[in-house]
Design a protein around this ligand. Structure first.
Ligand code: CA
Length: 348
């Protein structure tokens, strides 16, 4: 077996050894998984983000959850894309040269799904290897949320696993301005996919606090909700978020001070995770990238030691889920097993 084949074989077998057994039910996957490993935009460190290829590769690596960022098309179909504009990750300028707005951006909600299907997806710039999948190389396309759900469920059947969905509502206010309701569109797909029960492995996340409240209160959503934050939330903010959300999604800098400056190799932990746990909130930390570690961290393993064992993170978003899973497997059984249990069980 040559090296490439050997590496590929390793990827195929790693998930089984990480999970420790080949058959899972929904509950025993959750019980074995701590911290949860969330594939950020799929295995986006290896393949163009949010493509079905990136999702399939994250699944093969054994990620517990796979992230889907959702933007809605002109004809009300949630598609899995990070940006509300198409310029950075597709060849839209070549295919529809005249369809940009005055700001010279091409917006997803100006295109029907049929039109979006004509575009090729390329890799977003990365620190290393940005030439792997530039425009015109490979054949990657935009896929709908429904297609991602179908893909992951099919792979779950094939591999006898249960993989979770971690869906972000992108820029709801911008959607509302276009008379599009991203939350309602996503909930409709989940309902049609029978993915709305409290036992389903699914999180909904959003930066927009108003929209998360609306999901909980007006749209009667009972799924776990995660409030995303750009800066470290105060204790007062955490208590406020805990009234409608079940967790926080925060950056590495919100957990460990001064990580990007590299001035101090000793981690200084903020009290965000401690305060969140006191308020029964899980904390999922983004984004661990093996090709772009914070300056203070010597290795991905050291960074994970700090985030999980030092600070108590309950989940890790990564472009390289395999690296996090290898770390988790190497720690077993030293790290506590079983899921973080503070997530509140909602009665109805
Ligand atoms: Ca996201």
């Amino acid at each position: 077996m040559n090296r490439v084949a050997l590496l590929f074989f390793a990827y195929l077998v790693i998930p089984e050894s990480v999970h420790g057994q080949s058959t899972h039910t929904v509950s025993n996957v959750a019980a074995e998984s701590w911290p949860i490993v969330i594939a950020h935009r799929g295995a986006s460190g290896y393949l163009p983000e949010h493509t079905t290829e990136a999702a399939a590769y994250a699944h093969a690596q054994g990620a517990d959850y796979i992230e889907q960022d959702c933007v809605v098309s002109k004809d009300n179909v949630p598609v899995v894309l990070h940006d509300i504009t198409l310029d950075r990750v597709t060849n839209v300028a070549d295919v529809f040269p005249d369809r940009h707005r005055a700001d010279h951006h091409w917006y997803v909600f100006d295109f029907t799904l049929e039109e979006l299907r004509l575009l090729n997806v390329q890799e977003r710039y990365r620190q290393t290897g940005s030439s792997r999948f530039p425009a015109g190389r490979g054949h990657f396309q935009i896929a709908t949320l429904r297609e991602h759900v179908e893909l992951i469920r099919g792979l779950d059947q094939s591999r006898r696993t249960a993989t979770g969905f971690y869906i972000e509502l992108m820029e709801p206010a911008r959607h509302h301005a276009e008379q599009i309701d991203v939350a309602a569109s996503v909930l409709k797909v989940l309902k049609e996919s029978e993915l709305e029960g409290k036992d389903d492995l699914i999180y909904l996340q959003c930066f927009d606090e108003r929209e998360l409240r609306r999901l909980r209160v007006d749209l009667k959503c009972r799924l776990p909700l995660v409030q995303l934050c750009r800066t470290p939330p105060t204790g007062q903010q955490i208590r406020k978020y805990a009234r409608f959300a079940d967790g926080l999604g925060i950056s590495i800098d919100c957990v460990i001070s001064g990580m990007t400056s590299g001035k101090d190799p000793t981690p200084i932990f903020t009290d965000v995770i401690r305060l969140s746990h006191e308020n029964a909130m899980q904390v999922h930390v983004r984004t661990v990238q093996t090709d772009r570690l914070p300056k203070s961290a010597e290795s991905v393993d050291q960074l994970l030691d700090w985030l999980v064992q030092g600070a108590g993170a309950d989940g890790i978003f990564s472009d390289h889920p395999d690296a996090i899973l290898l770390w988790r497997a190497s720690k077993s059984p030293q790290i506590r097993t079983g899921p973080f249990q503070l997530i509140r069980k909602r009665k109805d």
